[in-house]
Design a protein around this ligand. Structure first.
Ligand code: UDX
Length: 448
């Protein structure tokens, strides 16, 4: 089938590559000429396992192409995805200007029936706005072309996006048109491996499904972080509690890992956007407000532990920091806990000596060159001349380090672990002072 994807960001590019891989004929449109040129040369703008070979082989095979020519894009696709960004505006609401600009572009160039599919995460009611925009533009141009608007939210995780897209748990389709539904079922047929993954519903429910899914996951995390903080006060170990409650299948083991807060491009933005949308209809989303507040303070947790350990004075200290990205297997630093920590440490006059397997360039891009930030080539080099170690991201390569080497290199035998990677008993056997999240070790006066 002929498909066009507007917006070669994270969602658009992965979706386009995967649709091309299963044999569809895909054209991607973006306003960024540089991005388009790079993609044609096999330079992928984001780090995502498996994406580069997928894009390159499908480009070389002629199944996916990249262009800035919107007219060509609109003429090409009978199915047109909108996958442009919806950045938060000043008050945290999703800004729809890019989505609506694409709607106008589609209406301007369309000459026959089009199915317009909203893939961007957008507030409930956006499909109606897209419909309105297309109708208005067609009327202005005196065209009577017909179209459908479908909501088809994505649920992919960074670091696992290709796999999530190739093997989706579910494909949510919000539509009021049987014809559009039939076409989309045809489009997604290659992904229905063992059973039908398609769940159809009305458009508004599909739009809310996306927010409900992310907000539910964010709620699980903030809830666990609250339990971790309580465990800290009670002298209990949240890791035992986690195993204890996860064994109940109604609760489950996933997304109940306590830590130094959630980040990324989705959870913080979506929780905030749903709070704002709720406010706009006169509803106060109390649970979501708490989820956000708990996460906000959780990102400062490691800093609190550090301040408490050093009685508020870290001026002149060098902090080894392992992990900069908001989670492993990505170079994405958006809303990363490491940023909150680094910025607080800098305010107090400390120097950060950091290593991340993927996010070094991104860190450099965000913070530029500054005397109190040193980026090192290996995790071991980050320890050189450092006073203590902080872990912010649970990269696989941080899980079983050489603790003797850590102790030898640091001037103080001290680790602050924001992801609970290590066993407190083992740490004390190595003679390392160990702070973790919710393990009853971090209240002042309870230092190992
Ligand atoms: C998320 C959703 O998982 C995905 O379905 C949606 O489409 C987009 O948003 P992503 O932002 O890529 O995906 O990352 P995810 O793996 O969900 O992690 C988000 C954050 O939560 C990370 O900072 C992670 O460290 C944190 N997290 C996750 C926890 O702190 N504890 C957990 O138990 C799980």
């Amino acid at each position: 089938m002929k498909v066009t994807v507007f917006g070669i960001g994270y969602v658009g590019l992965v979706q386009a590559a995967v649709l091309a891989e299963v044999g569809h004929d895909v054209v991607c449109v973006d306003v960024d000429q540089n991005k388009v040129d790079n993609l044609k040369k096999g330079i992928i703008p984001i780090y995502e396992p498996g994406l580069t070979p997928l894009v390159t082989s499908n480009y070389e095979g002629g199944r996916v192409d990249f262009t800035t020519d919107a007219q060509r894009g609109v003429e090409h696709g009978e199915l047109i995805f909108i996958a442009v960004g919806t950045p938060p505006d000043e008050d945290g609401s999703a800004d729809l200007k890019y989505v609506l600009a694409v709607a106008t572009t589609i209406a301007t160039h369309m000459q026959n029936h089009k199915i317009i599919i909203n893939k961007s995460t957008v507030p409930v009611g956006t499909a109606d706005k897209v419909k309105g925009k297309v109708t208005e533009t067609l009327a202005e141009l005196g065209k009577s072309t017909t179209f459908d608007v479908v909501s088809n939210p994505e649920f992919l995780k960074e670091g696992a996006a290709v796999n999530d897209c190739m093997r989706p748990d579910r494909i949510v389709l919000g539509t009021d048109s049987e014809k559009a539904e039939k076409k989309l079922r045809e489009l997604y047929a290659p992904f229905n491996r063992n059973h039908d993954k398609v769940i159809t519903m009305d458009i508004r429910s599909a739009e809310l499904t996306k927010y409900a899914a992310n907000c539910m996951l964010a709620t699980k995390i903030s809830f666990m972080n609250e339990m971790a903080n309580l465990a800290e006060h009670f002298g209990a170990d949240i890791e035992n509690v986690r195993r204890g409650i996860g064994s109940d299948p109604r609760i489950g083991y996933q997304f109940i890992y306590p830590g130094c807060g959630y980040g990324g491009s989705c959870f913080p933005k979506d929780v905030q956007a749903l709070i704002r949308s709720a406010n706009q209809v006169g509803y106060e989303a109390k649970i979501l407000e708490s989820v956000e507040a708990v996460n906000y303070s959780q990102k400062e947790k490691l800093f609190e532990y550090i301040m408490s350990h050093f009685d508020g004075d870290v001026a002149g200290k060098t902090v080894a920091l392992w992990g900069l990205s908001f989670k492993p297997n990505t170079d994405d630093m958006r809303e990363a806990s490491s940023r909150v920590l680094m910025e607080l440490l800098w305010e107090k006059g400390a120097t950060v000596q950091a290593f991340d397997p993927e996010a070094m360039e991104e860190t450099q891009r965000i913070y530029g060159s500054r005397a109190d930030l040193k980026l090192t080539g290996t995790k071991e080099a980050a320890l050189d001349g450092a006073d203590f170690l902080v872990v912010c991201t649970e990269w696989q390569s941080f899980r079983a380090p050489d603790f003797d080497l850590i102790k030898e290199k640091l001037s103080l035998p001290l680790i602050f672990d924001g992801r609970n990677l290590y066993d407190p008993k083992t740490m004390s056997e190595y003679g390392l002072h160990y702070y973790a999240i919710g393990r009853g070790l971090s209240i002042k006066g309870q230092k190992l």
